[in-house]
Design a binder for this molecule. Structure first.
Ligand SMILES: [Zn+2]
Length: 172
């Protein structure tokens, strides 16, 4: 019996290398977007936030998209325990508070276990500095829009390494 063989259309699914142009809007403001080169990643390996990967699933090269990712599938909810009052001496350089430390400043720090983390200065008090270590986008709805530029099969090496090789990825 004859049957029709349709050209295989490649859809975004696990172990595909996906290139997308994207724009991220939060509260009506654009906070991030791809430049000349699209963002390239290995789908299904938790490289992107879960809601982003889930809603791109099934799309094909050339398709535009526009969707919202709620915080539970994005950067999580805000956590009050991620707000810390730290001793002001931590922020002192040569006997005075560093000029990098001001309300709203983003600071790279290390916690007691030596893990790097980024926090925002909430308030500078008499002898404490209040830091917020929540992700800046925690608790936010994220609107993503853009176009799927490319979908290809990942190589066995890429799948075992868990990242993309070549343009837009690792070179090794
Ligand atoms: Zn590799």
């Amino acid at each position: 019996m004859y049957c029709l063989t349709l050209p295989r259309v490649m859809e975004i699914s696990k172990n595909k290398v996906v290139s997308v142009h994207y724009k991220l809007d939060v509260d009506g403001e654009t906070v991030d977007q791809s430049g000349d080169q699209p963002l390239t990643y290995l789908h299904g390996h938790q490289m992107m936030i879960p809601g982003f990967e889930r809603q791109l699933e099934g799309l094909q090269k050339g398709q535009p998209y526009n969707f919202t990712v709620e915080s539970h599938e994005g950067y999580g909810e805000r956590n009050d325990e991620a707000i810390a009052e730290l001793d002001k001496s931590i922020f002192m350089v040569d006997g005075k508070i560093s000029d990098q430390v001001y309300q709203g400043a983003q600071l790279q720090m290390r916690n007691e276990e030596g893990h790097p983390l980024v926090g925002t200065v909430v308030e500078i008090g008499e002898d404490h500095v209040t830091m917020d270590f929540n992700h800046m986008l925690a608790g936010k709805s994220l609107n993503f829009s853009g176009t799927v530029e490319e979908v290809r099969e990942a190589t066995a090496d890429e799948i075992s390494h868990g990242h993309v090789h070549g343009p837009g990825g690792h070179h090794h």
